[in-house]
Design a protein. Structure first.
Length: 215
């Protein structure tokens, strides 16, 4: 029978481990420590399997905390590690280990993050004169914090593919790197990033404001 092993822990499937950690996140409030030693040891075992294990473990993990992801722009909660000799909490996503993102998703994330200032400015300009109607539902959105600026025509994925094709690239051939200070990935080639932002600006007429859905 298939099973998933990580450190000293064994699950029938990876999904079983994901569901367990998801239930812990739902049960604890932001700011609470993970008191269950089974769960905290499981998180540490998973951190050792992370592609950036050295950064996640540091000089050792003292304890785990459930934290709000508002600082990342999300309404969800996540686990963070308190390392020895380090005051700030370290981001850790167990799904990066249990369900590692595919290359296309990571490149799409990098492209999106490279153009964040452009989409944020579009959103700010749209709300400069007051509430805006959602391009999908026509419902009035009173504040910009309740909205996203997204590509509808063409869709964002198609825009990404068009840009990469114009550069003679594919998702598989784009090199991406973790941002040293912020969350997520960025393009390793900074000249490519600048050309992408120019391309994004040239296609800003395809942007629209939509109501932000709670995660």
């Amino acid at each position: 029978m298939a099973k998933y092993e990580v450190g000293e822990f064994t699950f029938h499937t990876k999904r079983e481990g994901r569901e367990l950690l998801k239930s812990v996140l739902e049960a604890l409030d932001a700011g609470e420590r993970v008191a269950d030693s089974f769960v905290s040891n499981l998180l540490t075992a998973l951190a050792r399997e992370h592609s950036e294990a050295a950064d996640k473990i540091g000089e050792g993990i003292e304890y785990w905390v459930v934290a709000s992801n508002k600082d990342l722009g999300y309404t969800s909660k996540g686990f963070r590690a308190k390392q020895r000799g380090r005051d700030e909490l370290v981001l850790f996503s167990y799904t990066d280990v249990l369900s590692p993102p595919k290359q296309q998703a990571l490149v799409a994330e990098a492209l999106t993050r490279e153009a964040l200032e452009i989409t944020r400015q579009f959103r700010a300009d749209a709300f400069a004169s007051g509430p805006v109607k959602c391009a999908l539902t026509a419902k009035e959105i009173p504040e910009k914090t309740m909205a996203y600026a997204v590509h509808l025509n063409p869709p964002r994925a198609q825009l990404h593919q068009t840009f990469l094709a114009s550069e003679g690239l594919t998702y598989e051939t784009v090199e991406i790197i973790k941002h040293p200070a912020e969350s997520g990935f960025r393009l390793a080639d900074r000249d490519l990033a600048e050309r992408w932002r120019k391309f994004q600006n040239e296609h800003s007429d395809g942007l629209a404001i939509v109501l932000r859905r709670e995660r």
